[in-house]
Design a protein around this ligand. Sequence first.
Ligand code: UD1
Length: 360
Amino acid sequence: MQKHRKLISIVGARPQFVKLAALHEPLRQRFHHVIVHTGQHYDTNMSGVFFKSLGIPKATVNLGIGGGSHGAMTGRMLGAIERVIAQQKPDLILVYGDTNSTLAGALAASKMGVSVAHIEAGMRSFVKQMPEEINRRLTDHISDLLLCSTAAAVKNCRSEKVMGEVVHCGDLMYELLHSHRDQIKNNRAVLTRHDLKPGEYLLATVHRAANTDSQENLSAIVDILCEAQWPVLFPVHPRTRKMLRVHGLYRRLSRAENVTVTEPMSYHDTLAATAHARAVLTDSGGLQKEAIFLRTPVLTLRRETEWVELVGRGNHLVGLDGGRVRRLLKRKLRVTPPAYRIGRRKPSEIIVAAITRFLF
Ligand code: UD1
């Protein structure tokens, strides 16, 4: 009977594919689950590779909306998602994380009177200038079911008095990582490919607008990477590659002897490179968690984090302070991962149960 209930997952960007990978199969067993890809990320190594390697079925609909300004992108998605909802008539829309695809999906659904469930609700940086902060706050306030990964996220939802039901479900990204753990730890191919030794290199990723769009900030990051005492593996996000060129920094980086610049990497290669790194330098939210789970220290290239429980457990908020990075990298940094489950149940089980309760 539940199979008669139709859910649509709206995804568009890399971190959403990862969360969807953990949830698709449990959802498919209970419901008619339709995947809609907005097209926000469209390069093969930003999208197709994740669907293939994580066993996610091809999206039923791909809206092909990527690039352009954030407002225009969100607006185009809104209209297109509305048409999909009118045609598919779902009982619930699932949105993930904090991208433009998240907000467009939630807004289109709520304006058509369709219920919205938000995976990874309640995350806050308390920095209004962050495009993701706007997306997540607005999405939370129009969601009917707020599925929170952490206790801090639950607290944020409660203190903002959101209207929907708040559920603490644990972390789907940890769940996925856990199920791929052996494959990740035994994968040395990425190290061999780039001539890296376990424990003797750094993995760096950068893509936040605050870090890439400011010449001063991106230049500080290039300094940190080029002056590091260790080899650095740096898979470059398309936004960052473009801005490195715009700011005239690309040449310095690509000529630095200790830095290996590569294309964005697959899920398994990224996590294998994370597992074996001495430390990860990143402004990504997802990678901060994944590194800690793999017991690799993280130097977060931001002054704040949404994942507050990781601070003091191996995640150091270094901002763009090169001196602090150097000092930390000289020390042996301890990592103590927090629990990712609530009791014995997997996050995906709690999510499916919450949706079932909500719909019936
Ligand atoms: C988006 C999300 C961010 C998330 C990140 C994960 C928003 C506001 N930001 O940031 O929360 O952490 O994804 O990676 O939604 N581009 C390509 N090829 C691609 C994808 C993007 O060339 O496959 C280019 C786009 O044309 C654009 C730039 O990269 O010029 C940025 O892409 P965009 O989707 O706007 O935001 P991200 O920085 O990826």
